[in-house]
Design a protein around this ligand. Structure first.
Ligand code: SAM
Length: 272
């Protein structure tokens, strides 16, 4: 169901999932998504490169965890399937690895389900990170994920769509409380420590998501991100700029010279 050919797509409001799909060169986006993405690119021309750099971090992190023996992955805010999806990477390492994708956007869920057709070890559900209990108790989640064993909880480029700190810390706290020792939290997050980007550009970016989508944007500083990992053992190299997390020569090299320009911090923490 490419956005360009979907009959109902003309009237659909933009969503974060489909703006991101457009950045990644995908086809599951509609006119409103493309318009919002183009507006974003006027103030953040690096948008598509940021998206690719974030995806590359996600691929490295889940491959690392699969190679470390993790066999269960709960990916919340998973987005529209694109190249190198979590189940493809981890099931290359361990064909029986289990993956559940969760997203707010029904298009992301529908496309994930289509891609997963016939994959007995992976599933996708519609769910809201702001209501973590309903994700944890969802029968399709329970059918694949055994919370008595280690789980990799993936929150990649999603928490900046939950701008309210109280809601975000609460949601991550509830999810973390369900994880057995030896589980992991994988996170990437757009950041804007003071002075890193012109405030006018940030104001425009906030305005675009606030006016055009149901998920306003809320960037967080390094210290606010560290709070999500309190009590976890950070996997080396800790909380770093996206391209600095265990880089490989196969990754996009857009920000190698100046990693801060990636505007995203990432970390993987282990539940002791
Ligand atoms: C930028 S995309 C990231 C996709 C993928 N995790 C990645 O890193 O490539 C953000 C995704 O989060 C989803 N999202 C935003 N708010 C959410 C919420 N409250 N609950 C679940 N998903 C949410 C959006 O629909 C979108 O698919």
């Amino acid at each position: 169901m490419a956005g360009t050919t979907n009959g109902g797509g003309e009237a659909k409001p933009a969503t974060a999932a489909r703006i991101y799909d457009y950045y990644l060169g995908g086809t599951y986006n509609f006119p409103a998504d493309r318009e919002a993405a183009e507006k974003m690119m006027q103030v953040l021309p690096l948008g598509p490169k940021l998206a690719q750099t974030n995806r590359a971090f996600l691929r490295r992190a889940v491959r690392h965890l699969a190679e470390s023996g993790v066999r269960q992955f709960l990916d919340i805010g998973s987005g529209i399937p694109t190249e190198g999806n979590v189940h493809e990477i981890v099931q290359q390492v361990a064909p029986d690895a289990r993956v559940v994708y969760v997203d707010l956007d029904p298009v992301a869920v529908a496309e994930s389900l289509e891609l997963l057709d016939g994959n007995a070890h992976a599933d996708a559900i519609r769910g809201d990170l702001r209501d973590p209990q309903s994700i944890l108790s969802h029968p399709q989640v329970r059918a694949l994920i055994d919370f008595d064993r280690p789980v990799a909880l993936i929150l990649a480029a999603v928490l900046h769509f939950v701008p309210d700190d109280e809601v975000a810390y609460d949601a991550v706290g509830t999810l973390r409380a369900a994880l057995a020792p030896g589980s992991y939290l994988v996170m990437s997050h757009a950041t804007a420590d003071e002075g890193e980007r012109p405030q006018d550009d940030l104001d425009v970016a906030h305005e675009i998501y606030r006016q055009r989508t149901a998920t306003p944007l809320g960037l967080r500083s390094r210290s606010r991100l560290e709070r999500f990992f309190a009590g976890l053992d950070l996997v080396e190299p800790g909380l770093v700029w996206l391209p600095q997390w265990r880089p490989t020569p196969d990754d996009p090299q857009y920000f190698t010279a100046d990693p801060k320009q990636s505007s995203g911090l990432a970390a993987v923490g282990r539940v002791p």
